[in-house]
Write a protein of this length. Structure first.
Length: 160
């Protein structure tokens, strides 16, 4: 197994164990993370996001597969099953991840998922009707960022 494939496997195995410290150890200090909700998080924001998600995701279940990597890039598919806290609705989010590496660590992590599919599950009728609109996506992003910022303040964490 390529060392970067092992790094991705270690990351998702730690995620399955809900071990944010081990997940975050896989990241380079210059890491940048983005997905449909969290855009352009740097190291402090990225590590805080995973810590928040594993801490608060009481029924979170993670599975992963199709890990591939070479000296520069990697990818994997992962699924997250959880209850969306805001609405109490069950979600199965199917995510494709792309990675770039530097110095044996993850320096770029881009998660891609269908926001409309996610919003229909997480938000119900509002997600069905508005999930494809920039309005709802921006509202979800704004709320998620406020939640992350509060988590970082409450836990004395720094970084964008």
């Amino acid at each position: 197994m390529h060392p970067h494939s092992q790094l991705i496997t270690d990351f998702y195995s730690a995620f399955q164990r809900r071990d944010a410290k081990a997940m975050n150890a896989c990241y380079h200090p210059d890491v940048e993370f983005s997905d449909a909700v969290f855009l352009g998080l740097r190291h402090g924001g990225t590590t805080a996001m995973w810590s928040m998600l594993v801490e608060r995701g009481k029924d979170l279940e993670v599975t992963f597969r199709d890990v591939q990597a070479d000296d520069r890039t990697g990818r994997a598919h992962w699924d997250a099953r959880y209850t969306f806290a805001t609405t109490g609705r069950k979600v199965l989010n199917r995510i494709d991840a792309a990675f770039e590496f530097r110095d044996g660590k993850i320096v770029r992590h881009q998660d891609s998922f269908d926001f409309w599919t996610w919003s229909r599950q997480a938000l119900g009728p509002a997600g069905l009707v508005l999930g494809w609109t920039p309005f709802l996506k921006n509202k979800v992003r704004s709320q998620a960022r406020r939640t992350l910022d509060k988590y970082m303040r409450d836990n004395n964490l720094t970084g964008p």
